[in-house]
Design a protein around this ligand. Structure first.
Ligand code: TYD
Length: 150
């Protein structure tokens, strides 16, 4: 399927289900870099309904700390670098995002934490739905219980 060409090689094999690192194509030339992402494509496999971004995140701050029941997201660090911890209730992995050509797709019931932002880092998130607090699980014990009950 479409993932054969879109997925990056090394990290994917070790990432848990429902999370995938995706390499975006660069349209850069001598004038500089450019990347274009389209809704419902190999690179963003859902209809983009919302875009948000965070910056000025202190090096000691941890954001996220929640899971979503239905939301799909692609996280892209546009400048600088940050880490995304993805936790499926069984194992916890840390993904470093340090390139505008790298996206982290999260499309399942995954607890995520964003941390260790470098100064000037901006993390952009493409999301499959409008903001809906009812889609959030913000309590880790509740997440663990629901993630492990099948
Ligand atoms: P929060 O969930 O704490 O952000 P993060 O996932 O980065 O840790 O959101 C901070 C506040 O912003 C909270 O009051 C909810 C609000 N918010 C929106 O209104 N719309 C959005 O799309 C997002 C992501 C957050």
């Amino acid at each position: 399927g479409i993932w054969k060409t879109a997925m990056s090689n090394t990290p994917r094999a070790t990432l848990q289900q429902n999370t995938r690192l995706i390499d975006f194509p660069s349209l850069g030339d001598v004038r500089g870099q450019l990347c274009a992402l389209e809704s419902v494509s190999a690179y963003v496999p859902f209809d983009i309904k919302r875009v948000y971004y965070m910056w000025d995140v202190g090096a000691d701050q941890v954001r996220g700390k929640h899971a979503h029941y239905t939301l799909k997201q692609v996280l892209i660090c546009l400048g600088g670098a940050c880490e995304v911890v993805v936790d499926d209730g069984r194992q916890r992995q840390t993904v470093r995002l340090n390139s505008p050509l790298k996206g982290l797709l999260i499309d399942g019931f995954i607890w995520r934490e964003m941390q260790h932002f470098t100064p000037g880092a901006t993390l952009m998130v493409l999301a499959s739905a409008h903001y809906d607090e009812a889609d959030y699980v913000r309590n880790y014990d509740q997440f663990l219980q629901q993630a492990n009950e099948g």
